[in-house]
Design a protein around this ligand. Sequence first.
Ligand code: PMP
Length: 346
Amino acid sequence: MRTLQELTRPNIWKLKPYSSARDEYKGATASVFLDANENPYNLPHNRYPDPMQHELKAVLAPIKHVRPEQIFLGNGSDEAIDLLFRAFCEPGTDNVVAIDPTYGMYQVCADVNNVAYRKVLLDEQFQFTADSLLAAADAHTKLIFLCSPNNPTGNDLSHTQIEILLNRFDGLVVVDEAYIDFSSLPSFAGMLDRYPNLIVLQTFSKAWGCAAIRLGMAFASPEIIGILSKIKYPYNVNQLTQQQALDMLSRYEEINEWVQTLKAEREVLMRQVEALPCVLRVFASDANFFLARVDDASRIYTYLVDRGIIVRNRHSVSLCGNCLRITIGNPFENSQLMEALKNYRS
Ligand code: PMP
């Protein structure tokens, strides 16, 4: 691996971060806070939140089998994705490599940051080889983006190939695990001590049922986390979000039950969809959604919209011609979808 200094933009490596009032004062015994120009009225919303989310990280760490200093928390995992570009990729010079198709925000963040985005097409099984990604990389490739289970294809990527890449790529490998709770494979977060070039992304938006609170996680070496923390907005995770996340973490068992229910519903819904005359193929899924190839994706999409049912039309995405991406809903929502599709005539 190139050194972290070699991988980091020089201005970011040298950056002296903004020091907020709440960063500077860390003691626990004070009761009079006249340091942050807050309003003393309207408790508890008058106070700035903990900029480093210490309490939340302390509770999260054992659940995710990482140390608190290996955690970055942001305004959705989208914040972490953007910060990775801003920390490591020199606009106009550096590039990133990513699988194709995959989650669209990697390319959007690359475009916003004027960083070349090199796509490597997955094979017909929606898998990749480390060799093909390495062949697309050069000395200016700072990041390789993987997503497992992948969006929109729904499948786990080969863990063997991910490990080959981690061993052979001398830059940083990002493994986006937004849907990992629905997979039967383990998280790569357990591999952080083995691979200093690994960054794992997870989110509260999927299995945890908290898309509204905007809370994403990045797990990596303390050095990488230190760089992301240095360039984030000082109070990037608001107090209400931190509190709600703590409440959710105490309801761990309930979340496991949701996941089990959704996985069971996934199998039922996939079988029902597969049996429909307008469906050519349903692809295997390790996520809380699946991809279905139909005879006319745009026509079925519009037909469902007219009935108040929204799925995602992925027809224009690489390898996903005439495919709809269907999220697993609750039994009522799933039955509404099936009823509408059973009445559809090609
Ligand atoms: N990664 C993947 C693979 C996703 O599909 C999504 C959301 N669709 C995200 C990240 C973004 O998650 P968040 O809500 O945490 O920003």
